[in-house]
Design a protein around this ligand. Structure first.
Ligand code: ADP
Length: 302
């Protein structure tokens, strides 16, 4: 198996408030967060690569520099002439955070428009990781091409992992979201939803129902995260529940699910031990939520 962990999706500029009218610039995105933590948890002989599309301007270059400094390979990233990267701004009002987005024309929306390039990028991977947000931002025809490239890579031996990350506002309508997410899940070795989303958008009665629904769609292994509640993990032949350790000092739950997925996959890719992987995910996520921000640098690998 190729020792390349390939994450595909959109990384955005993040403007976080530092005072009255002042902001600091960072970079974030669900699949990027997972790549970033996977880099920290995989052995050095694994290559962690991020595939997206950016512009040819200064802020796009800064994003790539950030990824490279994080030891994430950006060699296959597309650099488009007429677009730039998406941006979101965090706003604080009475201690509550809200987000404003400028991403509808972002370069990442074109990441699958060159199918030959996409297939070439996927063909080098041992594991391909993507999310419902990766799919949501693509034009409908490019989504089809993306899933076809995934099928091809998988039949050539790549493993595939998917977090549905259901965000209806990014999709044209909720039915399309549900249909596309279900199709994508059916092409995956690992489907890693969060129950809160599945309850809201599929109406599942509990995490077992979510697991069974994705297994029925064709997923090989489903891992349903559920905040402080039990993680339900299942294959066609078995189903288990795992209770994460309680976390009392929760500071910021941003990237709980993304970091969970990274540690889970890193453990599974190196040991092949499913219960140990479920545990590794919960340990990292439990640690991440005790710190501020999505990308927590000071953590020791679990
Ligand atoms: P998401 O960030 O995608 O909504 P979840 O909230 O389901 O993801 O959390 C992902 C994982 O993070 C959980 O499976 C658990 O391991 C850990 N986690 C999240 N919230 C808590 C909590 N309150 N106490 C303990 N662990 C938590």
């Amino acid at each position: 198996m190729s020792k390349t962990f390939l994450a595909i999706g959109e990384c955005m500029v993040e403007m976080a408030p530092t005072g009255e009218g002042t902001f600091s610039m960072g970079f974030a995105g669900d699949t990027l967060n997972t790549a970033w933590y996977a880099r920290k948890h995989l052995p050095a002989d694994w290559n962690v690569s991020y595939f997206t599309a950016v512009g040819q301007d200064q802020v796009s270059d800064q994003m790539l520099e950030f990824l490279n400094r994080s030891n994430i390979d950006t060699g296959s990233v597309r650099k488009l002439e007429d677009r730039t990267v998406g941006l979101y701004m965090i706003q604080l009002k009475d201690g509550e955070r809200s987000f404003a987005y400028w991403r509808s024309q972002s370069a990442a929306r074109q990441l699958a428009s060159d199918t030959v390039h996409l297939e070439m990028v996927m063909s080098g991977a041992g594991l391909i990781y993507f999310s419902g947000i990766t799919l949501a931002i693509l034009p409908a025809d490019d989504r089809k091409a993306f899933l076809q490239a995934l099928r091809t890579a998988r039949s050539a031996g790549a493993k595939t992992a998917f977090d549905p990350n259901l965000r209806p506002r990014l999709w044209e309508d909720a039915d399309t979201m549900r249909a596309c997410v279900t199709e994508a899940a059916g092409l995956c070795d690992f489907v890693m939803p969060s129950f809160e989303d599945e309850l809201a958008h599929f109406g599942d009665a509990n995490a077992q129902v979510s697991a069974d629904r994705y297994l029925a769609a064709g997923a090989a292994t489903v891992v349903v995260k559920n905040g402080p509640e039990e993680v339900v993990f299942a294959t066609k032949s078995e189903r288990h529940a795992f209770q994460p350790d309680p976390v009392r000092n929760i500071v910021d739950t941003t990237a709980a699910g993304d970091s969970y997925n990274a540690a889970f996959l890193a453990e599974f890719l190196t040991s092949g031990d499913l219960p140990a992987s479920v545990d590794a995910g919960a340990r990292l996520a439990g640690n991440v939520i005790q710190h501020r921000g999505a990308l927590v640098d000071s953590l020791e690998p679990a």
